[in-house]
Unconditional design. Structure first.
Length: 330
């Protein structure tokens, strides 16, 4: 008589349960304070606004897990959007055809990958700190974009571009579908590929990663190239949502992408991070932003609250880590 092996019931990670509980608390609080918060229109607005921040956060996620940072994500997204806008304008603007959009999108992806690849190459070859390298790239791209646009914006694109930022498919916002596909791709990349393993190894201990046979230089170049490609996707989406391109678009989101990563349990020193908790953290932040807007708070106050929230998250995580270390010793 053979006994069938016991099947383990998959358990939800504690950090995911904690984030879901906090999300529920935020929804309940804002729902009680502002009745309009629980309306379908408000949740629809959240669904359309989340993907832009979500794509930029995914672009920030892999560099942070590797022990680095990409401060150029906003500038890269805008320069990629500017690339697409230039192609559309050069092919007739409002009269540009779908092939012009495809060509512009490919060139935008190329621009994003090039910007990221250059950063990764400089970091890998010179050993310079990612903060300094990405800061330099941010300044360069911002200055280049301001020069090309003369500090203004570019607008007026074909009507078929609008559904990418405002359309629905089976009742689901198109931007949300794009973000969902990107998040799934990042999850598979980080959890089920050799590159994802290498990213975590480099973030944990670059020297050990090198001794284990990982090509650290090649991995670093690929990390920032992928980050740049995700910025390009965000830039295309931003163009379709705003129907314009300007180098200042989304500058306030840089802080929030870092906050979403840390709130989602990503180790600020590298080596650990998962996509699903970060996605839940993004929903929490977008719900907070929506609730504050309904209460009459302006964008500047929301940004200030996000900054305080980041400080609070870091304090709580430090206290929890110390408590766990003390518990293990006892």
């Amino acid at each position: 008589m053979t006994v069938a092996p016991l099947r383990r019931t998959p358990r939800i990670a504690p950090e995911i349960l904690g984030l879901l509980g906090f999300l529920l608390l935020v929804v309940v609080v804002f729902g009680a304070i502002a009745p309009r918060f629980l309306s379908g229109a408000n949740f629809g607005s959240i669904a359309f606004q989340l993907p832009e921040l979500g794509l930029l956060t995914l672009a920030m996620l892999i560099p942070i897990i590797s022990g680095g940072l990409n401060l150029a994500i906003i500038a890269t997204a805008n320069i990629c959007g500017l690339t697409l806008a230039w192609v559309l304008k050069s092919h007739g603007g409002l009269d540009a055809g779908p092939m012009a959009f495809v060509l512009g999108s490919v060139l935008a992806l190329g621009a994003g990958g090039l910007a990221g690849g250059v950063m990764g190459l400089v970091i890998a070859v010179t050993g310079a700190h990612p903060i300094l390298v990405s800061l330099s790239m941010m300044i360069f791209l911002r200055g280049l974009g301001e020069f090309l646009t003369r500090g203004g914006d570019i607008s007026g694109f074909p009507s078929f571009v609008e559904p990418i930022g405002h359309g629905l498919v089976a009742g689901v916002p198109v931007p949300l579908l794009i973000f969902g596909v990107a998040a799934l791709a990042w999850h598979v990349l980080l959890s089920h590929t050799r590159h994802g393993f290498a990213v975590h190894m480099i973030g944990s201990n670059p020297q050990a990663a090198r001794y284990s046979g990982i090509n650290v230089r090649r991995t670093l170049v690929l990390i920032y190239t992928l980050s740049g490609l995700m910025c390009a996707v965000a830039g295309v989406l931003m163009l379709s949502r705003f129907n314009s391109v300007r180098m200042g678009h989304g500058e306030s989101l840089l802080l929030v992408t870092v906050l979403a990563c840390f709130l989602g349990g990503v180790d600020p020193f590298g080596g650990f991070g998962k996509v699903l908790p970060v996605v839940i953290a993004l929903v929490i932040l977008q719900v907070l932003s929506s609730g504050l807007n309904l209460l009459g708070a302006n964008q500047h106050l929301s940004t200030a609250i996000w900054g305080l929230f980041l400080i609070g998250v870091m304090i709580i995580r430090t206290l929890v880590a110390r408590w766990r270390a003390k518990t293990r010793k006892d």
